[in-house]
Design a protein around this ligand. Structure first.
Ligand SMILES: C[S@@+](CC[C@H](N)C(=O)[O-])C[C@H]1O[C@@H](n2cnc3c(N)ncnc32)[C@H](O)[C@@H]1O
Length: 360
C-alpha cells in the first residue's frame, strides 16, 4: 500500500515549490538591486498576498483576481503597477502554489513534495530544544480557543462539568432532571454498556461513564463532537468513546449494540432528515440493538412544521407511548415524567421522558 502511494509521488510538486521559491528569491534580488527603497514595502505587500494565496480555494480564482486587480490598477495608474502589484501578484501565486503541494489538501493525489519534506526536516527543532516546549500547554490553549469558536454563537446546551465554560447551559435543568430519572434504571438493571445517540457535548455519556458504564457517544455535528472529545479528555474518564457519525438509515449497521440506548431529543432530527417512516424504522433498529433499556424523548407539539412530525393525537403522551409500543417489540413502556426543554424559538416547554424495558 505504502509502495503504491510512493509510486504516485507527483514530481510536479517539486517543480511548483522550486518555482515558487525561485520567484521570491529572484524578485527580492531584483527589488534590492533596482529599487532598494521599495524593498520593505514590497515585502509588506507580499506577505498578506502570500497568506491570501494559501487560503483561497482554487488557483483559478487567484489568477482571475490577480488579473482583474492588475488590469484595474494598470488602467488607473501605470506607475505603481510595477512596484506595488508585482509583490501582490507574486504573493498570491506563491501562496496558491504552495497550497497546491500540501498533501492533506490533495488527498489521494500523490504526496508532499520532497523539497517540502526536506524543508520541514531542516526546520525541525533538535530534541533538547523540543523538550523546552510545553506541548500540553500549547494544546490546551489551542483547545480553549477552538472551544470558544465551536460554542459561538449558540453556547452550551448541556451542563458538562469538565468543560472550562462559565455561564449556564441552555438545557441544564432538563438534562439534570432527566439523568436523575434515568440513573435508578441504569443501576437497577445493571447496565454494563451504553450508547448515547445524538450525544451533543456528552453530558449523559459522561454521567454514565462516571457510574462505571462504558459508553459510546455518537454525534454528527463537528463542533459538538469536538466539544465532547474535549469534555471526555478533561474529565479524565477512560471509558467513553466519541463516534463522529450521522446516524442515517444506511449507517444503522455502524450503531453498536448496548445494554442501554439513549435516544434523547434526537428522534425529531431523524424525522426531519429522513422522513417519518424511515425515522420510525430507525427507532426499530435502535431497539433491536438495545439489550436492557431504551431511554427516549423527542420534540413534541412545540416543534415547527418543518420537522415533519405528525400531529400527536389525542396527546403527545398517548401518541409517543403508541410509537414506542409499535417499535419496541417485547418492551414495557414506562413514563419517567415531564422535563424542561425549549422550542426552536427558545421558549421553554416540557417533554415526556420514557424508558422502554426489555423482557419484564
Ligand atoms: C437537541 S440535541 C439533544 C442532545 C442530547 N441527546 C440531549 O437530549 O440532551 C440533538 C443532538 O443530536 C445530534 N444529531 C442530530 N441528528 C443526528 C444524527 N442523525 N446522528 C447523530 N447525531 C445527530 C445533534 O447534532 C444534536 O447534538
Amino acid at each position: 500500500m505504502e509502495g503504491k502511494r510512493n509510486a504516485r509521488l507527483d514530481p510536479r510538486a517539486d517543480v511548483v515549490v522550486f518555482g515558487a521559491v525561485a520567484f521570491v528569491v529572484v524578485f527580492g534580488l531584483l527589488i534590492e538591486h533596482e529599487a532598494p527603497d521599495s524593498y520593505p514595502i514590497a515585502f509588506v505587500l507580499w506577505v498578506p498576498a502570500f497568506a491570501a494565496g494559501l487560503l483561497v480555494k482554487r488557483l483559478s480564482l487567484v489568477l482571475l483576481g490577480a488579473l482583474a486587480f492588475l488590469t484595474f490598477a494598470a488602467l488607473s495608474d501605470p506607475e505603481p503597477a510595477g512596484e506595488d502589484l508585482i509583490p501582490v501578484m507574486l504573493g498570491l501565486l506563491t501562496g496558491a502554489a504552495l497550497r497546491l503541494t500540501r498533501p492533506q489538501l490533495r488527498a489521494g493525489h500523490g504526496q508532499a513534495s520532497r523539497l517540502v519534506v526536506r524543508a520541514q526536516q531542516a526546520v525541525a527543532l533538535p530534541p533538547p530544544l523540543r523538550r523546552l516546549i510545553d506541548r500540553p500547554a500549547i494544546d490546551a490553549a489551542i483547545d480553549l480557543a477552538r472551544l470558544r469558536l465551536d460554542l459561538f454563537p449558540h453556547g452550551l446546551y448541556q451542563p458538562v462539568a469538565s468543560l472550562p465554560v462559565t455561564g449556564t447551559a441552555k438545557r441544564a435543568d432538563g438534562c439534570r432532571s432527566r439523568w436523575e430519572a434515568m440513573r435508578p434504571f441504569v443501576i437497577e438493571h445493571r447496565v454494563r454498556t451504553a450508547v448515547d445517540v445524538g450525544a451533543n457535548a456528552g453530558y449523559f455519556s459522561l454521567e454514565l461513564a462516571a457510574l462505571g458504564v462504558p459508553t459510546t457517544a455518537i454525534e454528527c455535528d463537528p463542533a459538538l463532537y469536538r466539544t465532547a472529545l474535549l469534555a471526555v479528555r478533561r474529565s479524565e474518564l477512560d471509558n467513553v468513546a466519541v463516534m463522529a457519525l450521522e446516524l442515517r438509515p444506511d449507517a444503522m449497521e455502524l450503531l453498536p449494540p448496548a445494554d442501554a440506548m439513549l435516544c434523547l431529543s434526537v428522534w425529531h432530527h431523524l424525522v426531519r432528515s429522513n422522513g417519518l417512516d424511515a425515522a420510525t424504522a430507525m427507532l426499530r433498529d435502535i431497539w433491536a440493538r438495545t439489550g436492557k433499556v431504551l431511554f427516549f424523548d423527542t420534540g413534541e407539539a412545540e416543534m415547527p412544521a418543518s420537522f415533519g412530525l405528525p400531529a400527536m393525537v389525542p396527546d403527545a403522551r398517548a401518541w409517543l407511548t403508541g410509537l414506542l409500543r409499535g417499535c419496541c417489540e417485547g418492551g414495557e413502556v414506562r413514563l419517567l415524567g415531564l422535563h424542561d426543554a425549549f422550542d426552536a424559538a427558545g421558549r421553554s416547554c416540557r417533554r415526556h421522558l420514557f424508558a422502554v424495558v426489555r423482557g419484564v
